[in-house]
Design a protein around this ligand. Structure first.
Ligand SMILES: [Zn+2]
Length: 67
């Protein structure tokens, strides 16, 4: 993953106070057709309005070959 743009403000409300959160444990994203430990899901969130600007899994390679 090669991200050239990093979100710095909310596209919805223009807020510039962004936060980062993550799902882990039981809320992890799991590969669909594999019995495998999942990957944490990371969120970039606007702390003004709660809009989720980005979400991604930390270990995308775990999902190769699931489709
Ligand atoms: Zn916002």
């Amino acid at each position: 993953m090669n991200q050239s743009t990093i979100a710095t403000e909310c596209p919805k409300c223009g807020g510039k106070e962004l936060g980062q959160g993550k799902h882990n444990g039981y809320a992890a994203m799991h590969p669909d057709n594999k019995l495998s430990f999942g990957s944490d899901v990371v969120y970039i969130i606007c702390t003004e309005c709660g809009f989720i600007i980005e979400s991604y899994v930390k270990k995308p390679e775990k999902f190769k070959g699931t489709l």
